[in-house]
Design a protein around this ligand. Structure first.
Ligand SMILES: Cc1cc2nc3c(=O)[nH]c(=O)nc-3n(C[C@H](O)[C@H](O)[C@H](O)COP(=O)(O)OP(=O)(O)OC[C@H]3O[C@@H](n4cnc5c(N)ncnc54)[C@H](O)[C@@H]3O)c2cc1C
Ligand code: SF4
Length: 515
């Protein structure tokens, strides 16, 4: 009888809940043993957050260890690159073929298939069921569409699954509206008590991995003293439980709020676990819907709707568009931005209280929530005019949940508008007034959010008007930007001159590290 193929598991596919490993464990599929888990050691030298690298390695080793303890022969194959790891396993086991779930990164699939063709090893790439939606579902959605907007994708996916739909009417969203974001704009009241997210000592394996990284002298972003991230499925499920019990109800109203006192507010903190495969989007959504079903008098519909939209809307959408457009996003720079990122993106040393707080939080934890990513860090880079690919590289470096498939569409397309609107209809920009409305940073800042000129002018506010000025021709034609362009054109010429002069000064100071 011909030898069965070996099963290969990549570092972001750490699941026994779906796919070929589930089938093997259920006796529904046969593979030659051991199961081969790939550790790409070259990632340690990439510019990443120290906690992201430690979490990845610790989770991978924990996963392999748990399978072995359950009686399934499992081995980690570690090598500098993915093709080198495949060559290594080829030497060890001479596999008749390899089966692998479709990698989240299309470049990895290409590398595996190309290696297989060169080495004469048959490769079987099977669907990656860690995604809730398939490429076929996406292709049907895309067919004949000019613009790609998350909202329409979300409605389609939600309707198809019957999630949060009116009972007995599969075409009508529960409560009559698809999107309740207009209810989700609260800022925190001073002194408000918030549930504390899980805080526990990092498992010993994390300490071991951190010691290895220190011995290897890798120059990684941030520090690891406050490591709090799940590295196993059971820890990820615990995170999900705590979110459902303590934070889901407040998720919607305070989704966009920022706070000096509370790092994570009502956010789920599930992105690192989801991105490694420790929990699946399907089970996260199902668990959240179950919580809503049992506590619908306590949990606002806007919280559940908002959360489900992040997962089945944004997360799935961003992956599909990445597979389609990653090549373009490597070069897109439609606004011809040419600055480099100021040094304070690494040090946090700036008088801008909002930026400084978020960068220091990142150093400690690797996490900042969506509005801090989009409207503080991304917004400043866009207004300042930083090369989109430099912003992309920094986001990949600084975050616990960063992987190219999720960073690039969020950064290059959504936050930096470098493709001039492939997936969004306008750039996400604001002056200091928005940041002041949604959080409490401005009260402790050297700058004043409403001022656009003078020594105390908020750099966001000055650069906001400067951005509109520099791109007036382009945005005058955009119906969602025309009001701002008119507001700028209506300002007195001397005021415009003053704002331009202050913008140049802000730029100079940022370049010199004196902002
Ligand atoms: C500039 C920028 C960079 C980002 N970089 C990353 C990144 O490196 N990794 C990452 O996982 N997410 C990224 N996001 C998306 C989002 O900000 C994070 O997923 C979220 O803040 C993670 O925290 P959380 O798990 O507490 O999320 P919650 O607020 O609790 O949201 C729930 C889940 O929804 C998903 N989600 C929400 N928004 C998005 C989105 N826009 N794209 C993809 N998934 C989404 C995440 O899986 C998240 O865990 C980025 C967004 C922006 C604007
Ligand atoms: S004044 Fe401007 S720079 Fe300072 S915290 Fe507010 S928005 Fe940020």
């Amino acid at each position: 009888m011909p030898k069965a193929p070996h099963l290969v598991i990549l570092g972001d596919q750490l699941t026994d809940q779906v796919g070929p490993l589930r089938a093997l464990l259920a006796g529904e599929a046969a593979f030659s043993l051991p199961v081969l888990v790939i550790e790409v050691t070259g990632n340690r030298r990439a510019r990443r957050h120290i906690q992201a690298v430690a979490m990845q390695i610790a989770a991978l080793r924990t996963f392999a260890h748990e399978l072995t303890v359950r009686g399934l022969a499992t081995e980690i194959v570690a090598a500098e690159t993915l093709p080198a790891a495949l060559t290594e396993l080829h030497h060890r086991y001479q596999p008749s073929g390899l089966t692998v779930m479709d990698p989240a990164q299309p470049q990895e699939r290409a590398a595996i298939e190309s290696w297989g063709a060169t080495c004469g090893v048959p490769i079987s790439v099977v669907p990656n069921e860690l995604w809730l939606t398939t490429r076929e579902e996406w292709a049907e959605f895309r067919a004949g569409r000019k613009g790609l907007r998350m909202e329409f994708w979300y409605r389609r996916v939600r309707g198809a699954r019957g999630w949060l739909m009116e009972p007995g009417d599969p075409t009508t969203p529960l409560g009559g509206e698809w999107n309740l974001d207009h209810e989700n704009r609260e800022s925190l009241a001073p002194g408000m008590q918030l549930p504390a997210p899980r805080q526990h000592a990092a498992p010993s394996i994390v300490g071991e991995v951190l010691a290895e990284l220190r011995d290897d002298h890798h120059a990684l972003f941030g520090d690891a003293a406050e490591f709090r991230w799940p590295i196993s499925r059971s820890e990820a499920l615990e995170e999900l439980e705590l979110f459902c019990q303590d934070r889901l109800a407040g998720f919607g109203p305070y989704e966009d709020a920022m706070s000096r006192e509370h790092d994570h507010l009502f956010h789920s903190l599930l992105s690192p676990a989801l991105n490694l495969g420790l929990v699946t989007p399907e089970e996260v959504c199902t668990r959240v819907l179950r919580e809503y079903a049992t506590r619908s008098s306590e949990i606002p519909l806007s919280s559940v709707e908002g959360f489900i939209r992040q997962i089945i809307g944004w997360r799935e959408f961003m992956h599909h568009v990445y597979v389609d457009f990653w090549r373009e996003w490597e070069h897109d720079n439609g606004l011809q931005a040419s600055e480099e990122l100021p040094e304070f993106y690494w040090s946090g040393e700036t008088r801008m209280a909002c930026v400084s707080r978020v960068v220091h939080k990142l150093q400690r934890s690797g996490h900042a929530h969506h509005i801090e990513r989009l409207m503080v860090l991304g917004n400043f880079a866009l207004l300042f005019g930083v090369r989109p690919q430099a912003v992309d590289a920094w986001f990949l470096e600084a975050f616990i949940d960063a992987l190219p498939w999720v960073v690039t569409p969020n950064v290059v397309a959504m936050s930096q508008f470098a493709d001039l609107g492939r997936i969004t209809s306008k750039p996400y920009i604001s002056g200091g007034a928005y940041i002041s409305r949604m959080g409490d940073d401005c009260s402790s800042c050297h700058f004043t959010p409403k001022e656009s000129t003078g020594e105390r002018a908020c750099p966001f506010t000055t650069l906001y008007w400067d951005f509109i000025d520099r791109h007036t021709d382009r945005f005058a034609r955009n119906p969602r930007m025309a009001t701002q362009v008119r507001a700028w054109s209506g300002r007195a010429k001397p005021v415009q001159r003053e704002i331009r002069a202050r913008a140049n000064e802000v730029r100079e100071r940022a370049r010199r590290g004196e902002l």
